[in-house]
Design a protein around this ligand. Structure first.
Ligand code: AMP
Length: 252
C-alpha cells in the first residue's frame, strides 16, 4: 500500500474507486473499502480531516486522529493507495461549491455541506475515480453529492453502502468514542425510534413520539433518488448523532 501526501505525487488510473474518509476508521469505513475493492481495479482511500466542513471549532479539535492505526486498517482491507495530504487548500483559496439544497441537516449545520461538496469535488478532480463510495449513514451528504455530480456533470458514479451498526443497533461513528456509557445507552433511543417508526403511516410523527428523552434537531423524510429514508439528528450530552433507516426503495 502506497501512502501519498501531495497532490503532485498522486497518480490517476482507470478503474479507480475512491473512498473519502476523515480517518478514525471503523467497520463502517471497512464496508466502504470492501465495496470499492469488489468493484474497482484500484482503491484509493483519502484520509483528511477537512476543516472546511466543521461548523463547530470544538468538534474539529476533538475529532479523533490516529493515522498509524488507520494506515494498518486500510492496508488490511486491500486499499492500494492512501491519500493523506497535510493540506488541500492553497493560500488564497477562494472558490467554493455552494449546494443550495441541504435539507434539515444543512439547516442545522450552516456551511457544513459547502465544505463537504467542495472537498469532494477537489478529491474527484485529484483522484479521477470511476466510482466514489459513501455511507448511507450520512444520507444528506449522499443527496448533496449526487446532486452536485449531476448538476456539475462530474464524471463519477456515486455508490452508497448501507449503514453498519454495533450489535445493539447504534450506527458506527467516529464520534461514538466521545459517549460515556450512560450517554451511549441513551443514544440507543435514536436507532430504536427510527426503526419502530419506519413502518408507520406518519413516520416523522411516530419517530418524534418515541424518541423518549432525546430532543431531536430534526426528524425528516429524505429522498436519495433510489430510496427514501427517515433521518434524524439528536444531541446526547455534547455529542451530536445522526442516523436514518430505509423507508422505501434500495440503497445503492
Ligand atoms: P467520515 O470519516 O466520518 O467522514 O466518513 C467517511 C465515510 O464513511 C462517509 O461516506 C460516511 O457516510 C461513511 N460512514 C461513516 N459511518 C458509517 C457507518 N456506520 N456505516 C456505513 N458508512 C459509514
Amino acid at each position: 500500500m502506497k501512502v501519498v501526501r501531495t497532490i503532485a505525487e498522486l497518480e490517476t488510473a482507470p478503474g479507480t474507486g475512491l473512498v473519502p474518509t476523515m480517518g478514525a476508521l471503523h467497520d463502517g469505513h471497512r464496508a466502504l473499502f470492501r465495496a470499492a475493492r469488489a468493484e474497482s481495479d484500484r482503491v484509493v482511500a483519502s484520509l483528511f480531516v477537512n476543516p472546511a466542513q466543521f461548523d463547530e471549532q470544538t468538534d474539529l479539535e476533538a475529532y479523533p486522529r490516529d493515522e498509524s492505526r488507520d494506515l494498518d486498517f486500510a492496508e488490511a482491507e486491500g486499499v492500494d493507495v492512501v491519500f493523506a495530504p497535510d493540506e488541500l487548500y492553497p493560500a488564497g483559496f477562494a472558490t467554493w461549491v455552494e449546494p443550495e439544497e441541504t435539507g434539515a441537516e444543512g439547516a442545522a449545520r450552516p456551511g457544513h455541506f459547502r465544505g463537504v461538496a467542495t472537498v469532494c469535488l477537489k478529491l474527484f478532480n485529484i483522484v479521477r475515480p470511476e466510482g466514489a463510495y459513501f455511507g448511507q449513514k450520512d444520507a444528506e451528504q449522499v443527496a448533496v453529492i449526487r446532486r452536485m455530480v449531476r448538476d456539475l456533470n462530474v464524471p463519477v458514479e456515486i455508490r452508497v453502502v448501507p449503514t453498519v451498526r454495533d450489535p445493539d443497533g447504534l450506527a458506527l461513528s467516529s464520534r461514538n468514542q466521545r459517549l460515556s456509557p450512560e450517554e451511549r445507552e441513551r443514544a440507543l433511543g435514536l436507532p430504536r425510534a427510527l426503526e419502530s417508526a419506519a413502518a408507520s403511516l406518519d413516520p416523522v410523527s411516530a419517530a418524534r413520539a418515541s424518541l423518549d428523552g432525546l430532543t431531536p434537531d430534526y426528524v425528516e423524510v429524505l429522498d436519495l433518488g433510489d430510496a427514501k429514508v427517515l433521518a434524524a439528528a439528536v444531541r446526547v450530552g455534547s455529542t451530536r448523532l445522526i442516523d436514518n433507516v430505509l423507508l422505501e426503495g434500495e440503497i445503492r
